[in-house]
Design a protein around this ligand. Structure first.
Ligand SMILES: Nc1ncnc2c1ncn2[C@@H]1O[C@H](COP(=O)(O)OP(=O)(O)O)[C@@H](O)[C@H]1O
Ligand SMILES: CSC[C@H]1O[C@H](OP(=O)(O)O)[C@H](O)[C@@H]1O
Length: 394
């Protein structure tokens, strides 16, 4: 007699509670409460809590399509496993900066993980004016440790290539290849922008030099398997408080160019910086500068103390690599600034500005800054020149 095999089904509040009891040690008979709290573009997120004991857990489930678009955009369920595996792999190097994964279920495309609801999503907090004093030091550490430790500078080439194969993530990479590196540079139907931006956008589409540099950056993303990236490191993928930082949502993880994670984070800080003035802007600009300073210092330290590369001591090699990462990061930051302004997926930092003329003005600044970072990435010599460029964007 054939036994019925388990099949994928979308979770409901009821089935989430039942699964939470199986995968998490709630007190027996606890009266569990459950809400779907997902606000991202792709997945369901259920929070299951026992008010009496104060215990709680998160169940994240991938849908067989992109939630933001609907069933017309099918998407692999495999991304749930990639995300859980990336959280665990990165957790080996920065256990304090990622949530603990308690369990996974490949058939249900489910990850059961630590509830971080005592923290706030950094994008929301920054928009509300929070300073998050630890944010850039923690993310600089996260970037250096996760990226160095999964690269050829730290791993035996067999282990690195095994990991690169395990984290092959073609469908999610294709989204990035389209939405970050292609569609915003052409008159594509996925783009989404206010009519007031038409002139600026048409100028961008007509800029041949920009297209060539975007093509080069896309080629880097397609071909340079340098380290296990988070793959979508924006401020909406970071939980924070004054003393704690946790990076979530690495479902776009794959082996790619190190500068991509660095650049995406910097770009999302740049959006926030553009919305602020005076001392408030300086708070964010200090985060931009400290992210790079911390990344560079920790990467250097790891290079010297954990590096296995035969050319590790060769004069100028470390400087060459760090300079490449910096240059790539600026280019990728430029692409993120452009795509989050006129592409399919926007950021609340700008879209949330109700005053139309102010919003359009800041979006134009974001576009110009994005173009500058892409075109001038070889000439910009330090992170302080980047923060200076933000001031010049006005
Ligand atoms: N570990 C967690 N603890 C608490 N809330 C979470 C956790 N993971 C996700 N969330 C909530 O769910 C939202 C969407 O999660 P996210 O992983 O970004 O989903 P998506 O992949 O759809 O973008 C987050 O903005 C956050 O509010
Ligand atoms: C159709 S996916 C669009 C966009 O959404 C992802 O972000 P998130 O899951 O964090 O909301 C990613 O940035 C994709 O480019």
């Amino acid at each position: 007699m054939a036994t019925a095999s388990k099949q994928y089904e979308e979770l409901t509040v009821e089935s989430a509670v039942a699964l939470a009891r199986t995968h998490y040690p709630f007190p027996e008979g606890a009266a569990l409460e459950c809400d779907e709290i997902g606000d991202g573009n792709l997945n369901y997120v259920f929070r299951v809590a026992d008010p009496e004991s104060g215990k709680s857990v998160i169940l994240k489930q991938a849908l067989p399509y992109a939630k933001v678009v609907g069933e017309s955009w099918p998407l692999t369920l495999q991304r749930a496993q990639i995300e859980a595996d990336a959280l665990r792999k990165h957790g080996e190097f920065v256990p304090n900066l990622v949530p603990t994964v308690y369990a996974t279920d490949a058939v249900l495309a489910l990850t059961v993980m630590e509830d971080l609801s005592h923290l706030t999503i950094a994008r929301e907090g920054l928009i509300a004016g929070k300073a998050y004093p630890q944010l850039s030091t923690d993310i600089g550490e996260y970037l250096a440790r996760t990226l160095f430790q999964t690269s050829d500078f730290a791993l035996h080439p067999f282990e690195k290539k095994e990991l690169a194969a395990a984290f092959s993530n073609p469908e999610l990479c294709k989204i990035t290849e389209d939405l970050i590196f292609t569609d915003p540079f052409f008159d594509n139907e996925t783009n989404d922008f206010e009519p007031e931006l038409k002139e600026a956008v048409e100028a961008l589409w007509a800029n041949k030099a920009l297209q060539l540099e975007a093509a080069k950056l896309k080629f880097s993303f397609l071909t340079e398997a340098e380290a296990l990236l988070h793959g979508d490191l924006h401020t909406g993928s970071i939980f924070a408080s004054d003393s704690e930082t946790k990076v979530i949502d690495p479902e776009f993880a794959y082996y790619g160019p190190i500068g991509f994670d660095v650049g995406l984070f910097l770009a999302n800080l740049i959006f926030q910086s553009l919305t602020r003035n005076g001392d408030q802007r300086n708070v964010v600009n200090s985060h931009i500068e400290r992210t790079w300073e911390t990344f560079e210092a920790r990467f250097t330290d790891l290079w010297k103390n954990k590096g296995i590369e035969a050319f590790q001591q060769t004069d100028g090699y470390r400087e060459f690599i760090i300079e490449k990462i910096f240059r790539d990061a600026l280019g990728f930051a430029g692409c993120e600034l452009i795509r989050r302004t006129i592409g399919l997926a926007h950021v609340k930092d700008l879209d949330g500005i109700e005053d139309d003329s102010r919003r359009i003005e800041l979006k134009e600044q974001a576009l110009h800054l994005g173009e500058k970072l892409i075109l001038q990435r070889a000439e910009v010599k330090s992170i302080y020149e980047v923060t200076a460029l933000i001031g010049e964007a006005e």
